[in-house]
Design a protein around this ligand. Structure first.
Ligand code: 5GP
Length: 179
């Protein structure tokens, strides 16, 4: 699998360093708050697992399973397949996303979660592709801004494959059918 991708776009080392920094920032901001960390699956699973261990606070973990893309391109339709198990009313919610591309998924999820009246709602994304943005969404914590490439690995897939690649790579269009 590794040889399909050549040089990583973001190495494991760079990921580790940046996630430590994010964890420090989040720890500082959420002191004495009732933090609920909401992971958006499946893409955020690896990032979430590393991020939560970099946060030095009591934290409630919860997840949503969301489908927001069709064969590599976002459709604009966001479907919640599995909802939270925790009540978030009056609590401090941090939504953890893999990547913000058009911004539609973040917009949809923050609108839905806001209706449940959390005390605060912020967004943390491992990756952001500013060149692809269609909606001006507020992402409070960003791991890396990346150029307009389709990326896989570290939780992100192409047709449900490559999520277990331990670093982030640009999908080689020659090695698979174009998304
Ligand atoms: P948005 O709604 O912001 O356009 O897209 C968000 C979702 O699209 C992400 O959560 C992710 O599932 C998918 N996505 C967008 N860009 C990429 C990419 O480069 N690689 C992968 N694997 N998924 C992407």
């Amino acid at each position: 699998m590794t040889q399909l991708f050549g040089k990583p776009l973001v190495t494991q080392e760079a990921m580790r360093t940046r996630i430590k920094e994010l964890g420090r920032d989040i720890t500082q901001y959420y002191q004495h708050k009732d933090l609920v960390l909401v992971g958006v699956l499946k893409g955020a699973f690896m990032f979430y697992a590393d991020l939560v261990r970099a946060i030095r606070l009591p934290v409630t973990v919860d997840f949503m399973i969301v489908k927001s893309q069709l064969r590599g391109n976002t459709t604009g339709k966001v479907k919640v397949l599995t909802d939270l198990t925790e009540e978030i009313q009056g609590r401090d919610v941090l939504l953890v996303e893999d990547i913000v591309d058009s911004g539609l998924t973040v917009q949809h999820l923050t609108r839905q979660l806001s209706k449940r009246k959390p005390k605060s709602l912020q967004v943390c994304a491992l990756l952001s592709k500013p060149a692809r943005r269609q909606i001006d969404v507020n992402v409070h914590y960003i791991g890396f801004e990346i150029p307009n490439h389709y990326v896989v690995g570290y939780g992100l897939d192409y047709q449900q494959q490559y999520r277990n690649l331990p670093y982030l790579a640009v999908l080689d269009p020659k090695s698979v059918e174009a998304p």
